[in-house]
Design a protein. Structure first.
Length: 491
């Protein structure tokens, strides 16, 4: 009937055909004993330091440790992992291999690439390193994809079965929560924008139904379910409750439809202490304590704590990549220009605008002082004209990068803020793109947007270390010569 309200279950539950497909695919997955063991006994991973205690510094090695931890949870300990982090900057973005097509309107942020012997290759986007609540579920889904490859399961292009497998392995709490998430994202300064994150090919209702099916099959009591659902957003938690109520009324029960035996015949669950214990790195003979020390990805309180962890570790230095540095060093190796123009307009604004703004406030008499606008306006205009005269005597030199604009000196070859290589002089910001095209045609800039022949500068600390080593060698040589001279004199 026109105007009738829709049944709430039509919104919170998947369509009937979709429900049957989810049940059938889960039952097909549980035909393997290893999947039965994981489905009924594996820990349901929560986004807490208890489940992810591994050292987090914010670079490739940290992401690799997360992958190794997830592989252990999936039953594939002993395999090595290789992780590539793709930069947002096209000039520094490595070749992207194996990235799936967008799912539900969103690009994947982490994915499984391929298997080479005992090494599994993964990749992720740099931007997701700043969002651990999205990074870990995305990596868990990638590990579920790798699990299907390792166990010989089919992998259709639509990737819906990967989401089903992730829930069966115990990743369902995290992947369901990340299937749709709305949050505020910083847009610089005090501005924030509304952002949405989506994970996987299945809808949030489908993922909630899969999780509810697993909870119902395990027979958790109300207290246990309430504690687990506290890790979900309100929408997902509500969808799970509705799905569980629907499943509880079904005949035959969901255990029978999935082909599960009675709880007395279930395999023994894995030891959680063993699963969360120190990792063993296949690449180096490091003590397990080194791999687990420090703050985990979900236990990081501030940047200083992470820096302390980085300094205190015995492993190789790891570059932090999970911090948004803004424009600082964003143009290293890229061409920029020095904009040279008269400083008259800038000086006029500096002198005239403050007087006009403050005069407008005081003219209303709200601060106990009333200044008539007849005095404020002529004063502001006079100061602006004075600024035009004074500013015309100076040349204003600034970086052409729109987000930078820092002041440059005539002898600067590199912008001190954004790190761009100064390739010439222009008179207006609008000339920047045309000047860059001229450099490309002249062969001075590569197709990737980097200055031709540019070589990264060595770290000053490395240079200092090298100088110190040379000085030490010279001192040792001098000491040896002095010792030889003394020995000859004694003889």
């Amino acid at each position: 009937m026109l105007g009738a309200e829709a049944d709430p279950k039509d919104v919170t539950l998947p369509p009937p055909g979709e429900r049957e497909w989810l049940i059938a695919q889960t039952a097909k997955l549980l035909e393997h004993l290893a999947h039965v063991r994981a489905y009924v006994g594996a820990p349901l991973l929560e986004p807490t330091p208890e489940y992810f205690p591994d050292r987090w510094v914010g670079g490739e090695a940290s992401v690799r440790r997360l992958v190794l931890r997830l592989l252990r949870y999936a039953g594939h300990e002993g395999l090595d992992a290789e992780v590539v982090i793709h930069d947002e900057d096209p000039a520094r973005r490595a070749e992207v291999v194996g990235k799936p097509a967008p799912m539900r309107g969103k690009d994947p942020v982490a994915w499984f690439v391929r298997r080479e012997g005992k090494v599994l290759h993964f990749a992720c986007e740099l931007i997701v390193l700043r969002e651990p609540e999205n990074l870990v579920p995305a990596l868990a889904r990638a590990v579920a994809h790798a699990h299907r490859v390792l166990t010989g399961l089919p992998n259709p292009d639509n990737q819906r079965l990967i989401d089903v497998t992730g829930v069966a392995l115990g990743f369902g709490l995290m992947t369901t929560d990340a299937s749709q998430r709305f949050y505020a994202k910083s847009a610089g300064g005090f501005r924030a924008t509304r952002a949405e994150f989506r994970l996987g090919a299945l809808s949030v209702q489908d993922m909630s139904f899969l999780l509810a099916m697993q909870l119902e099959a395990r027979g958790y009591d109300r207290r246990k379910r309430r504690r687990l659902l506290a890790n979900l957003q309100p929408n997902q938690a509500g969808f799970v409750r509705v799905a569980q109520a629907w499943l509880a009324d079904q005949q035959p029960p969901i255990r029978a439809r999935l082909g599960l035996p009675e709880p007395a015949g279930w395999p023994a669950p894995p030891d959680l202490d063993e699963l969360t214990g120190p990792l063993v790195d296949p690449r180096r003979k490091a003590s397990p304590e080194q791999l687990i020390s420090g703050s985990g990805v979900f236990g990081l309180d501030d940047e200083e704590e992470a820096e302390d962890d980085e300094e205190g570790g015995d492993e190789e230095a790891e570059t932090r990549r999970d911090i948004d540095r803004g424009i600082r060093e964003a143009n290293v190796g890229k061409p920029v220009f020095r904009i040279e123009r008269s400083g008259a307009l800038r000086m006029a604004k500096v002198l005239g605008f403050p007087v006009l703004m403050l005069g407008g406030l005081f003219s209303r008499g709200k601060f106990g002082v009333e200044v008539p606008m007849e005095i404020v306006v002529p004063s502001a205009v006079g100061l602006a004209v004075l600024g035009l005269a004074i500013g015309s005597l100076f040349t204003d030199r600034r970086c052409s990068e729109p987000k930078c604009g820092t002041k440059l000196r005539e002898q600067d070859e590199v912008c001190p803020l954004c790190g761009g290589v100064v390739m010439g002089v222009i008179n207006h910001p609008k000339e920047r793109l045309g000047a860059e095209e001229e450099l490309v045609r002249a062969g001075k800039v590569t197709a990737e947007g980097l200055v031709a022949g540019w070589v990264p500068e060595e770290d000053e600390d490395d240079e200092d270390d090298g100088d110190e080593l040379e000085e030490d060698d010279e001192l040792e040589a001098d000491d040896e010569l002095e010792a030889d001279d003394e020995l000859e004199d004694d003889q």
